[in-house]
Ligand binder design. Structure first.
Ligand code: HEC
Ligand code: HEC
Length: 545
């Protein structure tokens, strides 16, 4: 009898020890959090419709074999893995999912990193090494330092002085300052959508799915304001020329504008909820996708300007704009289809669909780089010549998946990821396409260059391309040619006077102190002029040359 009780209690004991909750606490909680809300790894619980866990088979596989940033648990038996999977699939009570002001403020802390002096911000690029949960600081070809950061998601933003803001899927936002040698972190929520930084670097907006909220932080990650939201915020972007932020909802026909100066939040109605959206570099249009079509709204009055049927859902989070032979273009892969779509901006026409070897995700370029670099879920990238739309392929390594191109600010170096456990960051000469270097890396993912990721410089980049086509024969940027260097003008003349000279030199040259006019009237569309003026501003401030 006593033996039976003893055996029973042993059995009970081993059963409870082997229970999912205990196994989870023992093996998983250090990274995923005791409460499953995530810590240095993502939250592990279902929360439809925001996120679902993967299938049982996939979850078991991740636990057994590990994944990009996670160790393998080879010692766990199949039955143990099964109970862990059962455990992480249990929902969490609603009250535990609150993440309000006090919790956010409590989470703020900082880590010391190496103090770095970046000589050329244009060459300053952060590279996410997913397999090692770290971020690299690069300047051109050189790797300067690494610091820890896991689960980066949604894109890094830079303030004018080079401070970087790095979001993670599980709600953390890091503030990395190379010159101060500091990584500050705050947990804004449990599940984060994306972040946006005001052009002056003073305000950081964070959009969250769990809990559904919009948060505003100052440049030091102090929480200024938290707005609870109803609905699923799609994405948030900064509008540099308006000093505001714009966001939309996936489940509501609304566009929100948020002004950090007076903390005003304003909603305007549109005709339909939007799947995804972006803003053109000149900040005149909201380009959205909804049910396999591209919808263009005027940003001023949110009137639908044009609807263009697309062969699938354009991936607007990765859209690349350029200018060539008098036209503005943009391109993006279609999600879940092996196609790159190219459109004309401002006249809003579909130009061409380019078949890809596999599904593309990112179409990347730089204002000085002649190509559009598109990944294809394979070992090759498709390169599209932005002038001719001719297409060719590069294969950094046969059989190794090539993804996510990024560039130095001047387009001189292109970085491509070999997204493998034993992968690499491959460096190309951006124009001759010769391989110029290679750094071993485990699952290198996103790469973010200071110039390419500054929204305020996007319009200037287009302006540079207009300048190369329409003015370069007579003007250079910093040296005199037939006409004076444009930087010289930008630094000395009023914007209105520069515009007058460009639009009507015949009636302006005297105002500028010339005794005769040698500059012809150059025919410019409104957008070309706007882009040019942005470029001259960037020249003036030394961001471009
Ligand atoms: C040393 C830290 C660490 C430990 C311990 C750890 N994980 Fe992870 N896990 C991660 C990281 C980091 C990720 C993020 C995904 C990536 O980068 O691959 C992750 C991702 C996952 C994912 C995929 C989540 C998704 O939404 O795609 C699952 C599932 C998971 N872990 C389950 C577990 C379980 C179960 C355990 C315990 C048996 C565990 N992990 C232990 C670090 C850890
Ligand atoms: C055919 C040559 C030519 C072309 C093309 C040309 N310019 Fe000029 N530009 C000049 C010359 C020469 C001057 C100096 C004034 C003069 O002699 O008339 C000048 C003057 C200017 C000035 C005023 C310089 C000052 O004193 O501050 C600006 C600004 C300017 N150009 C901008 C442009 C832009 C922008 C474009 C392209 C859209 C352009 N120009 C195209 C020849 C040209």
């Amino acid at each position: 009898m006593r033996l039976k009780a003893f055996l029973l209690s042993m059995l009970f004991c081993s059963l409870s020890l082997g229970g999912g909750a205990e196994l989870y606490l023992k093996h998983c909680s250090v990274c995923h959090g005791e409460d499953r809300l995530g810590k240095v790894a993502p939250p592990l619980f279902p929360f439809p419709p925001f996120f679902n866990l993967k299938s049982d088979e996939e979850l078991s596989k991740i636990i057994k074999e590990g994944s990009t940033g996670m160790p393998a648990f080879k010692e766990l038996r199949d039955d143990e893995i099964r109970v862990i999977v059962e455990f992480i699939k249990k929902p969490i009570e609603k009250e535990k999912l609150e993440w309000k002001e006090d919790r956010i403020r409590e989470s703020l802390h900082s880590l010391q990193t190496e103090k770095l002096r970046i000589k050329s911000l244009s060459d300053y690029t952060l590279v996410v090494e997913r397999g090692k949960n770290s971020v690299w600081v690069m300047e051109g070809e050189r790797l300067l330092a690494k610091f820890p950061f896991s689960n980066m998601h949604g894109g890094i933003k830079f303030s004018p002085d080079g401070t970087a803001y790095i979001p993670s899927r599980d709600g953390w936002v890091g503030r990395f300052s190379p010159q101060e040698g500091e990584l500050k972190k705050v947990r804004a929520c449990i599940y984060l959508r994306n972040i946006a930084l005001s052009a002056d670097g003073r305000y950081l907006a964070v959009s969250c799915w769990l809990p559904s909220a919009l948060l505003l932080f100052d440049r030091d990650l102090n929480l200024l304001k938290r707005f609870e939201m109803e609905g699923r915020v799609n994405a948030i972007y900064e509008l540099p020329s308006k000093g505001a932020f714009v966001f939309t909802f996936r489940d509501k026909p609304l566009v929100g504008f948020f002004n950090p100066l007076d903390m005003s939040l304003e909603y305007r109605s549109i005709d339909t909820p939007l799947e995804d959206f972006t803003i053109d570099p000149l900040e005149e249009y909201l380009i959205a996708s909804s049910k396999d079509s591209l919808r263009i709204y005027s940003l001023d009055n949110l009137r639908l300007v044009k609807e263009i049927k697309a062969g699938g859902l354009p991936h607007l989070a990765s859209v690349s704009f350029w200018y060539s032979k008098g036209n503005f273009y943009f391109a993006t892969p279609l999600l879940k289809k092996p196609v790159l779509s190219i459109w004309k901006a401002y006249s809003w026409e579909h130009v061409k669909d380019i078949p890809l070897r596999g599904e593309g995700f990112l179409a990347r370029s730089n204002y000085k780089n002649p190509y559009l670099w598109v990944d294809t879920s394979s070992d090759s990238l498709i390169l599209v010549d932005k002038r001719t739309l001719d297409v060719f392929e590069i294969t950094p390594y046969e059989g190794k998946r090539a993804t996510h191109a990024e560039f130095t600010g001047d387009g001189r170096i292109a970085y491509v990821s070999l997204y493998e456990k034993e992968g690499a960051l491959v460096l190309y000469d951006g124009v001759s396409l010769k391989k110029i270097g290679e750094l071993p890396a485990s699952f290198p993912a996103g790469k973010y260059n200071y110039i390419n990721k500054s929204r305020r410089l996007e319009a200037a980049g287009l302006g540079y391309q207009v300048f190369m086509e329409k003015c370069w024969g007579c003007h250079h940027t910093t040296k005199p040619a037939f006409g004076p260097p444009l930087r010289w003008s930008a630094q000395r003349r009023e914007k209105a006077l520069i515009m007058a000279q460009v639009l009507d030199p015949q009636n302006t040259y005297r105002l500028l102190g010339y005794s005769r006019n040698a500059m012809p009237k150059v025919e410019l569309k409104e957008e070309e002029l706007k882009a040019l003026i942005n470029f001259m501003e960037a020249l003036k401030d030394g961001w471009m040359d």
